[in-house]
Design a protein. Structure first.
Length: 103
């Protein structure tokens, strides 16, 4: 026979896990790479894309390739309940054959 205390603990544990997941309210950020950019150590080349899920108030730093050896940092956040598409602009001084050399 299972005691009511054990059932209560199981219910609280189950509800707590469900509430934790739903209370995160992660927001989606799609990265459209029209130029070369780096996010969290990963590189997105021209024509590629990446998807991230951010918690409310979380900021993602995206490095945009400006020229060989030169990067510009953009900071991205998404308000709760919204979805955002961030476009890595074309790299003005980039030639496709240089991408692998200067990443």
């Amino acid at each position: 026979m299972i005691s009511s205390g054990v059932i209560g603990i199981a219910l609280v544990a189950g509800l707590g896990a469900g509430m934790t997941i739903s209370s995160l309210n992660l927001t989606r950020v799609d990265i459209d790479c029209r130029g070369v950019c780096r996010i969290d150590g990963g590189t997105c080349l021209k024509g590629g894309s990446m998807t991230y899920f951010l918690a409310p108030g979380e900021i993602k730093e995206i490095e945009l390739w400006v020229a060989p050896g030169q990067w510009r940092t953009e900071r991205v956040s998404v308000p709760k309940g919204e979805r955002r598409v961030f476009v890595c602009p074309p790299s003005p001084n980039a030639r496709e054959r240089d991408y692998g050399r200067h990443l």
